[in-house]
Design a protein around this ligand. Structure first.
Ligand SMILES: [Zn+2]
Ligand SMILES: [Zn+2]
Length: 376
């Protein structure tokens, strides 16, 4: 089976469209025809080499599509089902069995190995060269092979052009607030960076009832969006004094929770410094940078905690339907973050995401899908 994929052949190279062949379908896998896919900053981190990855590779891990073929052991999905794809996990290890699939003991080989754990590949070039997959998903293609554990079935009426980002960026923002920080109602939270993860966290802070929600960014237009989505305060850290403003907003107490989505050393440091006594900070960006702080003065003395949270530490099969429900109720209006591009415009979409012009680019891979229905 052939697929048209946007391939990265080396670090810092642009996406190139190539006809690839899909490998043999294994019993617990399906072929998905991609309808649309979000572009995430992690895709970009891999493309530019911030996170090492075997190339050539088909990136993309916020895909939504329709099942076209099922493996011999697949029982819970049928051809024609609409699905959102998240990451792969083994389902058998202690973390998976206790509801923490993003802590799966086999996370790296299943999501970051390039091929399957048995050494086989899902994509091949015409000359037989294997091409890496990403997250067992690789949604920057017209068709892809993915594992059943990646799949979240959604109702036939859901518009697949919108909901791909629920599989990574928005899931991460949501889960970091709910499970990573376990934010309580009436608490205060500072969100550094108002991209998809930051705004997902901010909308969730609203849902759980945080009473002080501070959005920090360097783009006024994004801070305006943050305000519309429920930020009670905004700070432009380029033009305002961050420490003074946080002190003023929190009556000198500092915040209960903070999230850094930028991965920049100065910002990561600031996200720890703004915590009040007993505060918890979650740095969630994929970043090559390190940050230096004093464990006694910055953490111990004030009982502060630093929490690593991968993919929101949620079960995607439970969290994504919940987010779709919140969206229907108007509590999670993520459609406000989306901008749509043709699949062929992938390099432009990446440039617009990098410049800050677009919060969440979505590539429409199947332009025939509900062609007559307007996009959000
Ligand atoms: Zn991502
Ligand atoms: Zn596992």
């Amino acid at each position: 089976m052939k697929t048209l994929a946007a391939v990265i052949n080396g670090i810092n190279e642009e996406y190139e469209f190539e006809q690839l062949t899909l490998g043999e379908l294994q019993p617990d896998e399906v072929v998905v025809r991609i309808v649309a896919t979000g572009i995430c900053h992690s895709d970009e981190a891999l493309r530019i080499g911030d996170a090492p990855f075997p190339m050539p590779v088909v990136l993309g891990h916020e895909g939504a599509g329709i099942i076209e073929k099922i493996g011999s052991a697949v029982k819970d999905f049928n051809v024609g089902d609409q699905v959102v794809m998240a990451y792969n996990y083994c389902g058998m290890c202690p973390s998976c069995r206790t509801g923490h699939p993003s802590s799966c003991n086999n996370w790296a080989p299943l999501n970051m190995g390039g091929g399957r754990p048995d050494g086989s590949y899902t994509f091949f070039k015409e000359d037989g060269t294997p091409v890496s997959n990403f997250f067992s998903q690789s949604s920057f293609a017209t068709h892809t092979i993915t594992n059943v554990n990646n799949l979240i079935k959604v109702d036939a009426e859901e518009d697949l052009r919108l909901i791909g980002p629920l599989g990574c960026g928005l899931l991460t923002g949501f889960g970091t607030v709910v499970n990573g920080l376990k934010a309580k109602s009436g608490s205060s939270i500072a969100v550094f960076g108002t991209g998809a993860v930051g705004l997902g966290a901010l909308m969730t802070a609203n849902i759980v009832g945080c009473s002080t929600i501070i959005a920090i960014d360097i783009h006024d237009s994004r801070l305006e969006t943050a305000k519309e989505l429920g930020a009670t305060h905004t700070i432009n850290s380029n033009t305002e004094n961050l420490a003074e403003r946080i002190a003023e907003i929190t009556d000198e107490l500092g915040v209960d929770y903070s999230i850094d989505t930028t991965g920049l050393p100065a910002v990561m440091k600031a996200s720890i410094k703004v915590l009040g006594i007993g505060g918890i900070s979650a740095p969630v960006a994929v970043t090559p940078h390190s940050v230096e702080f004093n464990t006694f003065l910055d953490l111990v003395l004030a009982n502060r905690k630093l929490a690593g949270v991968l993919m929101g530490d949620v079960v995607p099969q439970l969290a994504i339907p919940e987010l779709i429900k919140f969206h229907k109720e108007g509590k999670f209006p993520f459609e406000r973050l989306l901008k749509f591009y043709k699949f062929s415009e992938i390099n432009q979409a990446v440039a617009d995401s990098n410049s800050g012009e677009t919060i969440k680019p979505i590539l429409i891979v199947d332009e025939e899908y509900r062609r007559d229905e307007p996009l959000a």
